[in-house]
Ligand binder design. Structure first.
Ligand SMILES: [Fe+2]
Ligand SMILES: [Fe+2]
Length: 184
């Protein structure tokens, strides 16, 4: 997805139900937490001298920031004030192996998928009375994005599993992961 401050877009004031604002703000916090966690994973991989894996993970962190920004913009372009809450410290910040990092990332993506579904359960009921807000499209974008993210990190976990059974070196696996293109 494209990222950046779209300074040509103007605010079109629309009233958003407070419960919708609250649920979207909660998800903004979780997306920024994901960015924080993935930066922590990238740092671990980089100082473990695995530059390919670190590159992939740092890029993933940037994508999480884009997700948060998409939600922020969804609110602010409707003239809605946004309250950003405190971000938790990422846990963990150290792993037993590079494989454990990506397994943890997959586990985290599954958690985020469940959070997106619970955001959907909270805000989709408002779609009927406020079709102009585009609630349905917003939720669907995030559901589709989660399918892609679980799939891409799942494929990386599989590279480790297959690599173990064929005795591949860690630096070889690092090169392969560093060459994977992010899908958006
Ligand atoms: Fe995300
Ligand atoms: Fe994600």
């Amino acid at each position: 997805m494209g990222f950046g401050y779209k300074n040509k877009l103007h605010v079109q004031k629309q009233d958003i139900p407070p419960d919708v604002v609250k649920a979207v703000e909660f998800q903004i916090n979780k997306e920024i937490y994901s960015q924080y966690l993935y930066n922590s994973m990238g740092a671990y991989l980089q100082c473990s001298d695995l530059p390919g894996m670190a590159k992939w993970m740092f890029k993933q962190a940037r994508e999480e920031e884009e997700h948060a920004f998409k939600l922020i913009e969804w609110l602010t372009l409707k003239g809605q004030r946004v309250h950003l809450a405190q971000i938790d410290e990422p846990i963990p910040q150290w792993w037993d192996s590079p494989q454990a990092v990506f397994e943890n990332s997959l586990e985290h993506e599954k958690l985020v998928t469940s959070l997106i579904h619970s955001m959907g359960e909270k805000i989709l009921p408002f779609d009927k009375d406020h079709p102009e807000l585009g609630i349905q499209a917003l939720v669907q974008w995030f559901i589709d994005e989660q399918v892609e993210e679980e799939e891409s990190v799942g494929k990386i976990v599989q590279i480790f599993v297959d690599g173990k059974s064929s005795n591949r070196s860690m630096s070889d696996i690092d090169i392969e992961i560093g060459n994977i293109q992010h899908t958006c």
